[in-house]
Design a protein around this ligand. Structure first.
Ligand code: R5P
Length: 287
């Protein structure tokens, strides 16, 4: 097995190479003067299974194209099976046509990757696990919630009440709470599909408690800002914010601290300033 590092996840590729004792293949990357990506995989891949590592965090469109081009290059070199390690899967929120005339972006991208030659995908906390059963490529979706919870214990939050927003919130909160041997509840969040406005509420009693709010992704930060403001207003003591994928668009992180968060942790699925731990070990264990 060989590792091909994509431009977006070079560090992750080298961490996997180290963890698994696998060789990495050199890839030449350039930009054409008009902005298009040029790449060339420099190695003898014939008959070798390949782990292609390329996260799809911003700039997503560029990273998606590069992933498809890399898969096609590898296929052209007559490699064996291609496993794409995609620590952050882009467009995974658009898993259905919310409004008439919209695409099902998540599936469109998966079909594109399938036709480029990807045989299997390993990803982490995909936003819409519902796309997995419809995907033309088998997807293994790893859960990094436990990893975040373990770091929170090290940071001195022993038994916080764990809350989580979003549709998958219940499961994430439950997983984090199990690791921390504490209790959990949900934050109900609704986003207006047209205006993007987010409304949050919870029935949890947070008064005087340390609270950990865990989410799969922080993008604009709106959901987390509203969630932190909500629990602070309800009398929470310390508030720790944990996410797997820290996109932190604009000043999202600053706004989360201004809302009252005491601590902000993310994994390295997306390179960011708040990384506390790597998902490389988790991914390596499945390869
Ligand atoms: C919602 O279902 C998710 O769990 C996240 O809460 C949401 O996608 C975060 O987006 P933003 O940071 O833009 O509010």
């Amino acid at each position: 097995m060989l590792i091909v590092p994509g431009q977006s996840s070079r560090e992750m590729a080298f961490s996997l190479s180290k963890a698994m004792g696998l060789e990495t293949v050199e890839v030449e990357f350039r930009k054409f003067p008009d902005g298009e990506s040029y790449l060339r995989v420099l190695g003898d891949l014939r008959g070798r299974d390949v782990i292609l590592v390329n996260g799809l965090h911003p700039p997503q469109d560029e990273h998606i194209i590069q992933l498809a081009l890399l898969a096609d290059s590898i296929r052209g070199l007559e490699a064996g099976k291609i496993t794409a390690v995609i620590p952050y899967m882009a467009y995974a929120r658009q898993d259905r046509r919310f409004l008439s005339g919209e695409p099902v972006s998540a599936l469109t991208i998966l079909r594109m990757l399938a036709s480029a030659g990807v045989d299997r995908i390993i990803t982490v906390n995909i936003h819409s696990p519902w796309v997995i059963e419809k995907s033309p490529i088998p997807i293994e979706n790893l859960d990094a919630t436990g990893l975040l919870a373990a770091y929170l214990i090290q940071a001195g939050y022993e038994k916080p009440l764990v809350l989580s927003p979003g549709k998958k919130g219940g499961a994430m909160a439950e997983e984090a709470a199990a690791v921390m041997e504490t209790s959990h509840d949900v934050i109900l969040s609704r986003r207006d599909p047209v205006t993007g406005e987010v409304v949050v509420e919870t029935k949890a009693d947070v008064k005087g408690l340390d609270v950990a709010i865990v989410d799969d992704v922080i993008s604009t930060g709106t959901t987390m800002v509203k969630s932190v403001q909500l629990v602070k207003k309800m009398g929470a003591r310390r508030v720790a914010v944990l996410c797997v994928h820290g996109l932190f668009l604009g000043n999202a992180a600053e706004r989360i601290f201004e809302a009252g968060a005491d601590l902000l942790f993310a994994t390295d699925t997306v390179p960011n300033r708040y990384v506390v731990g790597s998902v490389a070990g988790l991914i390596a264990s499945r390869l």
